[in-house]
Design a binder for this molecule. Structure first.
Ligand SMILES: [Zn+2]
Length: 260
């Protein structure tokens, strides 16, 4: 949301969105120092919740150095050292989006550092998975890295950007699976609904990419309309677009909605 305009907040609230959770993310350019991340963490823990609140949307976030900027291990170590001072802030849910981008050794090292930090502070995890030809291998490596740390509970981790060839391995291992709706790469509404119909609603939900490029903040309400057209009941739609994310996120004591 840091790259979106306030109209997006208004439109999401008008469409019935109950909350926003924003992962720490690549800003469209590489930051040159840990100080840049410090300011960014202040932005998503202080400024952005206030901006969203003006439009009636509770705003929560996840912190990390994202996979696209984690090739530089020394920078990653400096950024990870900054994170604990932000963990007590009232809207921080956990670490994310951590993971792999090109499945490199350095990225894996930084992923393992994040997993260790999450284990030490008993934090929930939002994990990114790579795109296109790197996705299958990257998802497998990510699941292995999470399972290698015995203090991580799969039920408190969501593996994001699953597609047809990765969703089963994520669900079978006990993790939550996120389908990211995006006009270009990742997943379209109809593919997401196909996966819901094939795998059922257990531990499966959707999120919309909102970033500096082509992306659709209202992708979830649009997909709800599409589900309605395809004959899903209101209760079935509510389960995947509201109840599932609510149940997962409520594992953090900080995740409270005004109506809950
Ligand atoms: Zn991602």
């Amino acid at each position: 949301m840091v790259s979106r305009v306030t109209d997006d907040y208004r439109n999401m609230a008008a469409a019935g969105c109950a909350a926003v959770t924003e992962p720490a993310f690549w800003a469209g350019f590489d930051r040159s120092s840990a100080q840049g991340f410090h300011d960014y963490f202040c932005q998503i823990t202080e400024h952005e919740p206030k901006r969203a609140a003006k439009y009636g949307l509770p705003h929560f976030c996840w912190l990390c150095i994202n996979p696209k900027e984690s090739e530089d291990v020394q920078l990653a170590e400096e950024v990870l050292a900054l994170i604990p001072q932000f963990l007590d802030r009232p809207t921080v849910l956990g670490l994310g989006e951590i993971g792999l981008n090109k499945n490199s050794r350095n990225e894996l090292k930084v992923l393992e550092m994040h997993i260790e930090l999450a284990a030490r502070h008993d934090l929930m995890i939002l994990a990114h998975t790579p795109h296109l030809e790197d996705k299958f291998k990257g998802t497998r490596i990510t699941l292995d890295a999470l399972r290698n740390n015995r203090r991580i509970k799969p039920g408190r981790v969501i593996i994001d950007h699953v597609e047809e060839h990765t969703v089963a391995m994520v669900l079978d291992a006990g993790f939550w699976a996120g389908m990211t709706l995006y006009p270009g790469t990742k997943c379209t509404s109809s593919r997401a609904i196909d996966m819901i119909e094939q795998y059922g609603p257990e531990r499966l939900w959707m999120n919309s990419a909102c970033d500096w490029g082509d992306s659709v903040p209202l992708a979830i309400p649009y997909t709800a309309l599409e589900m309605r057209k395809r004959g899903h009941s209101v209760a079935q739609i509510d389960r995947v677009i509201y109840q599932n994310p609510f149940d997962f996120l409520s594992q953090s004591p900080k995740f409270k909605l005004p109506s809950s």
